[in-house]
Write a protein that binds this ligand. Structure first.
Ligand SMILES: *Cc1c(COP(=O)(O)O)cnc(C)c1O
Length: 477
């Protein structure tokens, strides 16, 4: 399809407004050096252009989206209804706090619910994404050590199964990264952990269940080892969907966590839209939280300035309407619904895992939590069929590909997270598609190398597409 600038024709416009009948006023401001390029389109043209574009994208509302680690669950429409209430959309972040008491109490309610779900004592809602939360949480850890004049603690331990944002955030926060190898179960090796912990340990970053979908059975021992060495424990909350209402990072010994509201708490994500990555902490870290923090005084919410705050990490309060959606979700599920969602997420993942494991080799052959990882390493060598081929083949069945080539510790990885919001029929259709693709791999591998056959774009050069993104139209000079 054509770009909007290619569809543009000089002088074409929306013809709905009458001619201007007041005197024209020339603004006395420096003139722009370059012409402002705006596409010139009719209203019909614009409407069709964006409808075309919308039809070419894919989201949870189009079909199954088992993208491991991303928790692409269905986002209930009531969340959107609440976030469109004029009382919320009409707020201005600079208006006096006592004229926005409803918004403050919503933020307080959300914060208290999330603290209860995670076993934390306090929380900032300011960070705009998971990775942003990681950076914020690491600054809290840094502030803690600095405040105690324990300046030798410069290292953050990160397992090799971690999401790439973990070492990146630690580096941005000024730490050195100590990468440790996972054991053959995909979990932390206690001896390796002991051998790297010492007076230079600032902390450990971990997600549990981990990125291969396994709940680390030694979690309490892990956090004890780090604490005994004087370090703090950071919990990457991206995989919280497996355990909400069932187990709490705070009880596992974690001191700081981030949550991805756009994963676990059903607010839309992807495509660069707004997200939220609240950061929770134990009470001894409260005084370092970004300001302002919403606090409770009897039944009233008010804003407070933590005594030794690391400063703000985002403008104003964070993505407020995302908070409205997440809080709506929590209240609609309630105390019973929250653990039920996690239980069903785990059940769905295990249902798919068991149905697929005779054909597809599981990277770790355990009962899994909310997601599981398969490896196509054998098929790559014996049949020349890769994880990419299977993932691309799924598109022709109307299914979004799973996460590929992550975590890095599994070769030819496909990581599947069905989530709790999918029906048995959807899971069965997907299992069927996987099994049919396996047949095709055995009988007609060539065909699979060409998949997908039904999408507007099939196989872009992945490296070029990631490294040389072309996001701007180049005008002729
Ligand atoms: C998604 C994810 C992150 C990063 O979160 P964003 O909100 O995308 O910045 C970190 N860790 C894990 C394990 C994740 O899946």
């Amino acid at each position: 399809m054509k770009l909007i600038f290619e569809e543009s024709r000089p002088g074409r416009k929306l013809g709905l407004l009458p001619e201007c009948d007041v005197e024209k006023y020339e603004i006395k401001a420096p003139k722009r050096a370059l012409k402002l390029h705006l596409p010139e389109m009719s209203e019909t043209g614009i409407s069709r252009h964006y409808t075309q574009l919308a039809k070419q994208t894919r989201g949870v509302n189009d079909g199954f989206y088992p993208l491991g680690s991303c928790t692409m669950k269905y986002n209930p429409k009531i969340n959107e209804d609440m976030a469109s209430l004029p009382g919320f959309t009409g707020l201005h972040p600079l208006q006096p706090a006592d004229t926005a008491k409803g918004a403050l109490s919503l933020m307080l309610g959300l914060k208290e619910s999330l603290c209860e779900i995670t076993g934390m004592d306090d929380m900032t809602l300011q960070p705009a994404a998971g990775a942003h939360g990681e950076f914020t949480g690491l600054l809290l850890i840094k502030a803690y050590h600095t405040d105690r004049k324990d300046l030798a603690r410069t290292k953050i331990i990160v397992p090799d199964s971690a999401h790439g944002t973990n070492p990146a955030s630690a580096h941005m926060a000024g730490f050195e990264i100590v990468n440790i190898k996972s054991n053959e179960e995909g979990c932390i090796d206690l001896d390796t952990l002991r051998s790297v912990c010492g007076p230079d340990t600032a902390g450990l970053m971990l997600t549990n269940p981990n990125t291969v979908g396994i709940f680390d059975p030694n979690i309490k021992e892990i956090t004890d080892i780090v604490h005994a060495a004087g370090g703090l424990c950071y919990y990457d909350g991206a995989n919280l969907n497996a355990i909400t209402g069932i187990a709490r990072p705070g009880d596992m010994g974690f001191d700081v966590i981030h949550l991805n509201l756009h994963k676990t708490f059903s607010t839309p994500h992807g495509g660069g839209g707004p997200g939220a990555g609240p950061v929770g902490c134990k009470s001894f870290l409260k005084k370092f939280l970004p300001w302002p923090v919403v606090e409770r005084q009897d039944s009233e919410a008010f804003l407070s300035m933590p005594e030794k705050s690391i400063g703000t990490v985002r403008s104003f309060f964070g993505n407020f309407l995302v908070m409205v959606k997440a809080y709506t979700y929590i209240l609609s599920l309630g105390k019973e619904g929250i653990p039920e969602a996690s239980t069903n997420a785990v059940l769905n993942a295990n249902y798919m895992r068991v149905k697929l494991k005779d054909k597809y080799k599981m990277a770790f052959d355990h009962t899994c939590m909310h997601e599981f990882v398969m490896t196509l390493e054998h098929e790559k060598h014996s049949l020349g069929i890769t994880a990419m081929d299977i993932a691309k083949g799924l598109i022709d069945f109307g299914i979004h590909p799973p996460t590929m080539y992550f975590p890095l510790i599994v070769h030819e990885a496909l990581m599947i997270e069905p989530t709790e919001t999918e029906s048995k029929e959807t899971l069965d259709d997907c299992i069927d598609a996987f099994l049919k693709l396996y047949e095709t791999a055995l009988e007609n591998g060539e065909k699979l190398h060409g998949a997908p056959y039904t999408s507007p774009i099939g196989r872009p050069d992945e490296v070029l597409a990631a490294r040389s993104l072309k996001l701007k139209y180049e005008f002729e000079a």
